[in-house]
Design a protein around this ligand. Structure first.
Ligand SMILES: [Zn+2]
Length: 117
């Protein structure tokens, strides 16, 4: 991921992680592959801190679990996380609407004509 895009996409990636965690317990490697599938190339050095951050915020909780013979930290969404995801859903819907359906309403009195100098 380009450095300039990181900040912009991190919120989306966090929401994405919550979406998956709301359907099933997740662990880092599987989540990384899923994000890659969506075109986000992020490595463990980025994803793990992100997962820890979501846990610290109380949106996920985690426990060590044996997954196919390997000890993995498995994350589950919390009740607080579900609530946050529900709010994020509304916000994403609104954003989607402005991006795809209806151009955003005018928010300033300025017009498009170039200023004379
Ligand atoms: Zn996905």
């Amino acid at each position: 991921m380009l450095k300039q895009q990181r900040e912009l996409f991190f919120g989306l990636i966090r929401i994405h992680v919550l979406v998956h965690a709301s359907h099933e317990p997740i662990f880092g490697l599987a989540m990384m592959e899923e994000l890659r599938h969506h075109g986000y190339r992020i490595g463990p050095g980025t994803l793990y801190p992100l997962l820890h951050g979501l846990e610290r915020s109380g949106l996920l909780n985690s426990a060590l679990k044996n997954v196919e013979g390997r000890n993995r930290r498995v994350y589950r969404i919390t009740a607080v996380g579900k609530k946050a995801l529900e709010k994020a859903r509304t916000k994403v819907d609104e954003l989607h609407h402005e991006l795809h359906e209806e151009p955003p309403r005018k928010i300033s009195a300025l017009n498009d004509t170039p200023e004379a100098d």
